[in-house]
Design a protein around this ligand. Structure first.
Ligand SMILES: NC(=O)c1ccc[n+]([C@@H]2O[C@H](COP(=O)([O-])OP(=O)(O)OC[C@H]3O[C@@H](n4cnc5c(N)ncnc54)[C@H](O)[C@@H]3O)[C@@H](O)[C@H]2O)c1
Length: 344
């Protein structure tokens, strides 16, 4: 089979990470990169055998990729992805996908109608522990879910920011809600389902002038299910980003992060080899190896999944634009709830 011609739009932190990973795939040929930074373009042109462009439209015109990875600041994703769709190109977009729910829904419908592979980089859906937790919840291990808590902590913004760079404005997709809470929201959507209603949202400034550094909110569901969300991207007690989720059900409780899960069960579950009381699983217990490792197994697994779905159109495509739109709907509800009720 011919190799998949792949291009990257936006060669910053994630673009370079994804380049390293996807370049290891035997079915992929890296053809081009679009990036406005002359320094990055010069280095890439010198050390890698790829065509480089300042403008992604020129990249499309001249290198005709089959698929692209979109790794620009979030406010640019919509135009790039729509143009890629127009040209019949499969797209993997970094989260939070776009900055507006309406745009995200439009792209989800557009790509479905076109029959093009469309995925969003909510990498937790490819983490070994969170996949195991999904199996537990879906398999009824802790019975009906009643309450949950989804949290994310990291030290992204740790000094006073007077508003430089895309992370410093909502218009560009910056702020703790778009950048970090999107991961925690998607994890809830993945494990528990999309909430019906958002209440009690609060946004805090710690260092940033124009965007929030911390956010908390309550997510409500039918049948009295509810959960809370708390995210802080200025917490220097964390060196690496950590997602934590705690889910309480009628039959027990699960506490998980990317590296391990603790499971308390009211009754033993022989079919899962779990006993009554506390059980612990570590990522090394459920780890499925990947051919190339950067930052975590899940980053490789999600990009290899993108390639697999392009190769085999009957494969079940995970973490689609529709999932990206779901997270954005919750994000918009948090901002609206905060505007209406969040200030005294
Ligand atoms: N999945 C994850 O864990 C994760 C982690 C970090 C960032 N992200 C997401 O990845 C995306 C990029 O984040 P980043 O940390 O790499 O940011 P970054 O600022 O390091 O990189 C963005 C790059 O896009 C380039 N760019 C700007 N305008 C462009 C254009 N018109 N065409 C092509 N390139 C353009 C910039 O010059 C820069 O090099 C964001 O959506 C972010 O939310 C995801």
């Amino acid at each position: 089979m011919p190799e998949i011609k792949l291009a990257i739009v936006g060669a910053g932190r994630m673009g370079i990470t994804h380049y390293a990973i996807i370049n290891s795939h035997p079915d992929v040929s890296m053809v081009s990169v679009a990036e406005p930074s002359p320094l990055v373009l010069t280095l890439m042109a010198r050390y890698l055998s790829v065509a480089t462009f300042k403008d992604y439209r020129q990249l499309f015109d001249q290198t005709h990729p089959d698929a692209i990875l979109v790794c620009t600041p979030p406010n640019l994703h919509f135009e790039i992805i729509r143009e890629a769709g127009r040209r019949g190109i499969h797209v993997f977009s970094e989260k939070p996908f776009t900055t507006k729910f309406a745009e995200a829904s439009e792209l989800a419908r557009y790509f479905t109608d076109l029959g093009l592979i469309n995925q969003v980089g909510y990498v937790n859906r490819f983490n070994d522990i969170f996949c195991k937790v999904k199996e537990y919840i879906a398999g009824g291990l802790i019975g009906k879910v009643i309450r949950f808590k989804s949290e994310m902590f990291c030290c992204t913004v740790t000094h006073r920011d007077e508003g430089s760079g895309w992370r410093a404005t909502h218009e560009c997709g910056g702020g703790a809600v778009y950048e970090m809470a999107s991961h925690a929201i998607d994890l809830v959507n993945f494990l528990v389902g999309k909430p019906e209603k958002i209440v009690g949202s609060s946004l805090n400034h710690i260092y940033s002038k124009n965007v929030e550094d911390a956010v908390s909110t309550t997510l409500l569901y039918r049948n009295d299910v509810s959960g809370t969300l708390y995210i802080n991207w200025s917490d220097t007690s964390y060196r690496k980003p950590v997602n934590k989720i705690e889910i309480f059900g009628e039959g027990g409780r699960i506490l998980a992060d990317q590296y391990s899960a603790k499971i308390f069960l009211n009754k033993p579950a022989e079919s899962w080899s779990l006993h009554q009381g506390w059980n612990t699983i570590y990522v090394t217990d459920v780890f499925k190896p990947v051919p190339f490792y950067v930052r975590g197994n899940e980053f490789t697994r999600q990009l290899y999944h993108f390639v697999e779905c392009i190769r085999n159109r009957s494969a079940f495509s995970r973490c689609t634009f529709s999932d990206g739109a779901d997270a954005l709907e919750v994000i918009e509800e948090i901002f609206t709830d905060y505007e209406l009720h969040g200030r005294i």
